[in-house]
Design a protein around this ligand. Sequence first.
Ligand code: GDP
Ligand code: IMO
Ligand code: MG
Length: 431
Amino acid sequence: MPSQNSSRNKVILGLQWGDEGKGKVIDQLAETTDVVVRCQGGANAGHTVVVGGKKTVLHLLPSGVLHPKATCIIGNGVVLEPKALAEELAELAASGCDLRSRLLVSDRAHLVLPCHKALDRTYEAAKGTSKVGTTLRGIGPTYMDKMARTNLRAGDLLQADFPARLRAHLTAQNHLVKALGGDPLDVEAEIAALQPHLAVLKPLVADTAAFLHRAAAQGKTMLFEGAQGVLLDIDYGTYPYVTSSNTGVGGVITGSGLSHKELGEVIGVVKAYTTRVGGGPFPGELDQNAGGKGDEIRVRGGEFGATTGRPRRCGWLDLAAVSFACRLNGVDSIALTKLDILDVEAEIPVCVAYELDGQRLDSVPASISELARVKPVYEVLPGWTTSTVGVSRWQDLPVNAQKYVAFVEKITGVPVKWIGTGPGREATVCR
Ligand code: GDP
Ligand code: IMO
Ligand code: MG
């Protein structure tokens, strides 16, 4: 049985390859939320929030930070780089947002240390042309270290033996960097450089699971902020071209310390077309060369990474993949973003299924070589060729835009409750 107040809680997940517009959706929902929780991933995320024309990109901090009443939690499933956290906090403080009194970091969250970033670079270089195209934020090597049961956690900072353990760990990991042919670190210099960042982190460390249990008992409203997207999930994404965490509801449970009974509504964020950044198969990828359709959508949609600035690969909406992500996560409703970017299209193809060797598939294959061979089956919908920019009422959307939304609902079987018509808070249709 769900808990009594879980009906007010919400989980926000990306249902594609990340960058669906989760930041904007979370910022909007956070207005009526007491606690916003990041549960997995790390500073590989780049969540954009635009308020009054001012853009803020959040990497580690939950996207609820701009609402002064929201308590922000970095849960145990997150891998946390002290330097990235300190820099992000300083940047926000410089723009007048000091959230140290309402931010908690789980004592069980694993630390991303300089050796992990060095290993990320080393593994990627060794893979050559088959590199994953990671964000080089040390994410994969930190989760490896976690699973190997050798890493340091935020809570270790509070123990007297932390300096000795840090030195020993950096030294051991440095041997690995050297053995793999990477550039070794100057361990003492790295330890010295870490000190101011660790000093920022230390007072924020807490038992966040206990905090969340108390918040649940007090009937507080919670928002769980997914990072990346379901197609980048370590188990169900396009392995090995994935991130190293569970990006769906499973990651929310293990990464927050709350049970499934507290999760509430699962909202999937879906961009009105598809993007992917980094390597890996992408059924229906459009021509990304200058002047190609993929390039045109990229430029119009401003599809350049919020974390790395890399150009994103673009394609039409892939509802075969989105439906798969909905099934995996019991998605209750969809937030469809960036509808306005399709305004100029006269006709809009939408992928409704995959075919492999002439056979229609009812799922997404596990093998990337099969995925690279699938043929998307498209249905072509008429465009609306009218501006939807800033539209905030359903009845003000052109009929063909309404039909596009209805088509998403028909193929996925999930209601679309929010539609994005621009980057700002106000450019949203709520149904
Ligand atoms: P996230 O990682 O899922 O939070 O998404 P990103 O922030 O990486 O990328 C989404 C981009 O689209 C950001 O630049 C947002 O400001 C922008 N955006 C979000 N929703 C909309 C929308 O409905 N229309 C337009 N034009 N831009 C949007
Ligand atoms: P948000 O939360 C888009 C991608 C990387 C790479 C792969 C592995 O903003 O949606 P990693 O550094 O995690 O080991 O990289 O995952 N990736 C993302 N792509 N949005 C993200 O986050 C991403 N986080 C990681 O580009 O292909
Ligand atoms: Mg992003």
